[in-house]
Design a protein around this ligand. Sequence first.
Ligand code: ACO
Length: 335
Amino acid sequence: MYNSRISGLGMYVPENIVSNDDLSKIMDTSNEWIVERTGIKERRHIKKGDGNSTAKMGVKAAKIAIERSGINKDEIDLIIFATLSPDYYFPGGGVLVQEQLQIKTCPAMDIRNQCSGFIYSIATADQFIKSGMYKNILVIGSENHSGGLDFSTRGRAVSVIFGDGAGAAIISREEDPEKGILSSHLYSEGKFAEELTLIGPNTNRWVNKIIKSNDPDDVSYYPYMNGQLVFKNAVVRFTEVIMEGLNKNGLSPEQIDMLIPHQANLRISQFVQKKFGLSDDKVYNNIQKYGNTTAGSIPIALTEAWQDGKIKSGDLIVLAAFGSGFTWGSTIIRW
Ligand code: ACO
């Protein structure tokens, strides 16, 4: 049996920086409220005409990851694309990336697991490699949130949180069983599906609504979030699923060298950090700069942490996410 490891990482965020003060000019919010509740200071938004889309940002991140992994793009055996904000209703982003990168015929799939999308994707890639079926898999998490948020005061509880961006990783076969992805742990609890959702464009009503309706009060085309319920569930599930990953591998929290939590809210990350007794240098957060980039958040944070020299060979890295579904998961890596 083979193991798998991350052999290359890349990220891309649009150049356009949107500060909390910028948002307070278009809705009733303030820098103080946003920083105090979420830790976010600014985020990136695609600007009309800058040539970005969810797939295109994914391509930019992927090019860097491929180059850093040292493989040729035609050695990619599978593309996995995680997003909640695809360019098209269908087909998915995976095939768009394949075409834009001019990758030879290979399988491409999308994973629709929102903030847990990258963990689900990496777990999927890991299994395809461990089974011996594939050697190199391109995994991308990318979001264009700004294209679909309600930037009026009505939507402020959600729209101040999210940002645009993409991260990518190449997952490659590793012969050393002690090195690479040790295990992933995935969960969902569908009874909470409508607590963090975007109902609008669905197959029962999208033609009627999108084409025939111009109802300005119809908020179903914007994301809805029961923020406090999400927060309460997130802190519990993050803790559980990280502990499960550590136990499975006979490890303890003191052995964690770097925890990269999904960047949902700095307060959630700080809660988890305290729960495991980790010092500041053992938890990587960049939500302050990018907001919540959903499927992009873990690969962007992982790439930055690695670029900054905060991840070294032999380190124990823990990734964990929680989000819409509810879905959650963790991945334990020996770097
Ligand atoms: N600016 C100013 N005031 C605001 C804003 C804003 N942007 N948004 C809401 N408010 C107001 C509300 O109207 C409310 O006013 P009221 O008391 O007069 O009614 C007050 O602030 C408090 O609102 P709450 O929603 O109770 O604020 P809360 O403390 O819960 O913070 C937050 C909201 C930041 C969203 C928090 O609940 C949270 O982070 N939840 C978890 C988010 C998360 O983890 N999401 C998962 C990932 S996302 C995914 O999977 C797609």
